[in-house]
Design a protein around this ligand. Structure first.
Ligand code: BGP
Length: 488
């Protein structure tokens, strides 16, 4: 039997916006919070032209030691956030005014377990997120919670060198059980790790691992990923036990690779690049390592240490949905360093059909449709676009307003393509645009790379009143949500 044609966004579609604790909260040393890896992220301007090899955000053990001893010597913009910690009520009220059905935030692990290793959680940290979820509930907004968004307690880096150590698995499972039990009645939608495939790009950001303390970075990346797969699977299992109504997903940064030419070698490379990206949801959605990785590990002489019970853990911890962030597509060709570029934001080959953002990210709304169609074909699981948006240098006009028609144009085109994908049969749960309120950019550590519907008065030096002002896109999105994606 044929399904009915779904002609628009389904009823109950989860429209909203997305953020991450380390980019919005500020208050890095309040409420009993321990220091996290993101408090020490090195500022290296990864978007400098031609910076493919520098694009790692990695921190060395020497830098970490220096930061710890002389924190004031370095710029740590993420510590400021946008003061969401104290202004969450005002911010959530603005999201409610736009009609948000959902709000994606992350819990900072170091607020709950300051070193990651305590026997008991930090009550003040737990109480903070209670207040945030209660505020959401006031407006009928469903939280979508990422359990680890590019941060973890720094003590776990110092003691274990992050996820490269298996010791972190029970610590994460315990953290998972604590937050599931506490928020069982308040949070129905969960994501374990943010953009796990970006481990390939930055071992420190994704896995809290100092690259200079491992022998082989690629091997360490896959070893750390293996431990995160297990931790994620155990969390999925715990979530299903503790919160039978909840849905818990995995997430990748979806960057579709197109072949540069019709040459079979280029086509093959595009297929392989896409496999390396989808390796992450392949494990988490199918519950086992895909066979193509056996060849990849052999070719690269990588030995991943696995224990006997691991296969069963992965099998029992399959996710309920697959979430993606989507910003761009890439072009690839058969070249010796092609595999190295998987997971990188930087595409060395220009796609002549696409325009670029101010940060040279190719704008490709149809690539979103292609991605959704491919991922749905592959997993037949509900999908969630939990990040998408335009980073731009917004200007406050003489009338005091922010006329961000370029952002409206970007979002409109992506919403149109999601609608097409839904008509193509894709089951899409929701759409949370990235940085629904201006926040500190992850990759550049700049405030001036803005994504929000709401302007925040703060500059790259952390100066400003922090006042919130709706931009033109605020009213556009409000209309989009009210019409369930019909008025664009
Ligand atoms: C994603 C991250 C976000 C976010 C976004 C935009 O990879 O999950 O944390 O910041 O990218 O990136 P940037 O801030 O570098 O523009």
């Amino acid at each position: 039997m044929l399904n009915n044609l779904q002609t628009g966004f389904p009823e109950g579609f989860l429209w909203g916006g997305a953020t991450a604790a380390n980019q919005i909260e500020g208050a890095f040393d309040e409420g009993g919070k321990g220091l996290s890896t993101s408090d020490f992220a090195a500022y290296k301007d990864p978007y400098a032209k031609g910076a493919v090899d520098n694009f790692t955000f990695n921190v060395s053990s020497k830098e970490l030691a220096e930061y710890t001893e002389q924190p004031e010597k370095y710029l740590f913009p993420k510590r400021w956030g946008i003061d969401f910690y104290h202004r969450y009520q005002e911010d959530i009220a603005l999201f409610a005014e736009m009609g948000f059905k959902t709000f994606r935030i992350s819990i900072s692990w170091a607020r709950i377990f300051p070193t990651g290793m305590e026997a008991e959680p930090n009550e003040e940290g737990l109480a903070f997120y209670d207040k945030v979820f209660d505020e959401c509930a006031k407006y009928g907004i469903e939280p979508l919670v990422t359990m680890s968004h590019y941060e973890m307690p720094i003590e776990l880096t110092k003691k274990y060198n992050g996820w490269v150590s298996r010791e972190l698995i029970p610590l994460f499972e315990n953290y998972a059980r604590v937050i599931f039990t506490r928020y069982a009645k308040k949070v129905r939608y969960w994501i374990t790790f943010n953009e796990m495939n970006m481990n390939l790009n930055s071992l420190y950001t994704g896995a809290g691992t100092l690259a200079d303390k491992v022998d082989n970075v690629l091997a360490a990346t896959y070893q750390a990923s293996h431990h995160q797969f297990l931790a994620s699977a155990l969390a999925v299992k715990a979530a299903h036990e503790i919160m039978p109504e909840a849905q818990i997903g995995c997430m990748i940064n979806q960057i579709e690779s197109y072949a540069k030419t019709t040459k079979p070698e280029d086509q093959l490379q595009a297929l392989k690049s896409n496999q390396l990206n989808m390796f992450y949801p392949d494990v988490q959605a199918r519950g086992a390592y895909p066979t193509y990785m056996t060849r990849y590990f052999a070719d690269n002489n990588l030995k991943i240490v696995m224990e006997e019970q691991d296969a069963a853990i992965l099998k029992e911890g399959k996710v309920d949905f697959v979430a993606i962030s989507y910003y761009m597509s890439h072009v690839t060709e058969a070249r010796p360093d092609a595999a190295k570029l998987a997971g990188s934001f930087d595409s060395p080959i220009k796609n002549e059909y696409l325009e670029l953002t101010q940060w040279d990210w190719p704008i490709d709304p149809i690539g979103l449709r292609i991605s959704l169609m491919k991922l749905y074909d592959r997993y037949e699981l509900p999908l969630f676009v939990c990040e998408n948006g335009l980073g731009a240098k917004d200007v406050v006009s003489a009338d005091g307003k922010i006329h961000d028609d370029y952002r409206i144009d970007y979002l409109k085109k992506h919403v149109e393509q999601m609608k097409e994908a839904i008509m193509d049969g894709v089951e899409l749960m929701g759409y949370t645009t990235w940085g629904c309120i201006d926040l500190i950019s992850c990759g550049t550590s700049q405030m001036s790379k803005r994504y929000g519907f709401i302007y925040v008065d703060q500059d790259d030096q952390g100066q400003g009143s922090l006042a919130r002002t709706p931009k033109d896109s605020f009213y556009w999105y409000k209309d989009c949500i009210a019409s369930n994606g019909e008025n664009l």
